[in-house]
Write a protein that binds this ligand. Structure first.
Ligand SMILES: [Zn+2]
Length: 330
């Protein structure tokens, strides 16, 4: 009989708390101790902030550590729990999935107590931390082979009231993009588990995964804006500057908005993220590396839309997504 997941300190004690979330040992590896920060200032919103869900998205842990530095001065009420690195095995390997069991942590929620290490992490978070929060911010990045604007995202939610509250919370980040993202691969995601419990869950997608000072400043400002919107922190929320602009827009995207490569090759972007395009506008060009005579293939906008994501920096196989488009949320 393995031990149950637990915290090494009491979150209900007023004031600052630091300790660990203990993920029990299993057949594949020993016990994990994930550092947890907690600041309990009594009545008010109860927020859980997590980073490092995917091991090659390191902005999340960095922004989480930055928040921990100033929260003790800034937080006026409520309770904030911060778990900067959900998946230390993934982070150590700079790998989206956990190397030990090959699993994607964000597809195994709510997890399994008797499962492999990734499932045990999800189980510990679901059972020990999630009940302590009404709102969850899970800090992701879009990954190193994409250009993607700083965004606060959610999937469509069946409950219209929770959907409205979630979009309002996401817009509270005041990032360049608030996105309602419909896609077909949502089973086992952290947000689905949290939403089944009626919680507001915002997944931030912090750009392309290459960590830089300018983008980190935008992300930190976004999370601070969200803390102000929740009423946990006092101050004035402002749109951070992204590519000379200080504004935000709320868009939606669907599986049919994925533009795929008709052949293998190198994708040459001809548009930047958040560009408006008309039907037929050139978004990028796919170049074959096998033959100069094969010619290149234009990837064009199927309809008037806004460019959401652009593949960059990696050779693509046939039928892979090279761009995503979106339109204003109805
Ligand atoms: Zn991610």
């Amino acid at each position: 009989m393995s031990k149950a997941p637990h915290l090494t300190f009491d979150l209900d004690t007023p004031g600052l708390g630091r300790g660990h979330l203990v993920v029990p040992a299993g057949a594949d590896c020993g016990e994990l101790s994930l550092p947890v920060f907690s600041l309990n200032k009594g009545e008010g919103p109860r927020l859980l902030v997590t980073g490092g869900n995917h091991g090659n998205e390191l902005e999340g842990p960095i922004v989480a550590w930055r928040i921990i530095k100033w929260l003790p001065e800034a937080q006026t009420c409520g309770r904030v729990i911060v778990l900067p690195v959900l998946n230390p095995l993934g982070v150590q390997a700079w790998s989206r999935n956990t190397p030990l069991d090959g699993l994607n942590l964000n597809r195994v929620f709510p997890g399994r107590a008797d499962g492999s290490v990734t499932q045990r992490i999800a189980d510990a978070v679901s059972r020990v931390l999630l009940p302590m929060a009404d709102t969850v911010f899970d800090l992701h990045s879009f990954g190193p082979t994409w250009d993607f604007p700083p965004a606060a995202t959610t999937h469509p939610i069946a409950d219209p009231d929770l959907m409205a509250r979630t979009v309002r919370m996401a817009e509270g980040f005041k990032l360049p993009l608030t996105l309602v993202w419909q896609h077909n691969d949502t089973a086992g995601m952290f947000d689905i588990t949290a939403q089944h419990q009626g919680k507001v869950f915002v997944c931030t997608e912090f750009g392309g995964g290459t960590v830089g000072a300018d983008s980190l400043a935008i992300y930190e400002a976004g999370v601070r804006n969200a803390l102000i919107a929740l009423g946990l922190v006092e101050g004035k929320a402002e749109y951070p500057t992204f590519r000379q602009q200080r504004s935000g827009q709320t868009l939606e995207t669907r599986p049919s908005d994925e533009l795929k490569s008709p052949a293998a090759g190198i994708f040459e972007p001809r548009r930047s993220v958040l560009d408006e395009v008309k039907q037929g506008d050139l978004i990028g060009i796919l170049h074959s590396i096998d033959s100069l005579s094969a010619g290149s293939i234009d990837i064009r906008a199927p309809e008037a839309s806004i460019v959401l994501a652009i593949a960059s920096g990696a050779h693509v196989e046939v039928n892979k997504v090279v761009a995503l488009i979106a339109r204003p949320l109805k």
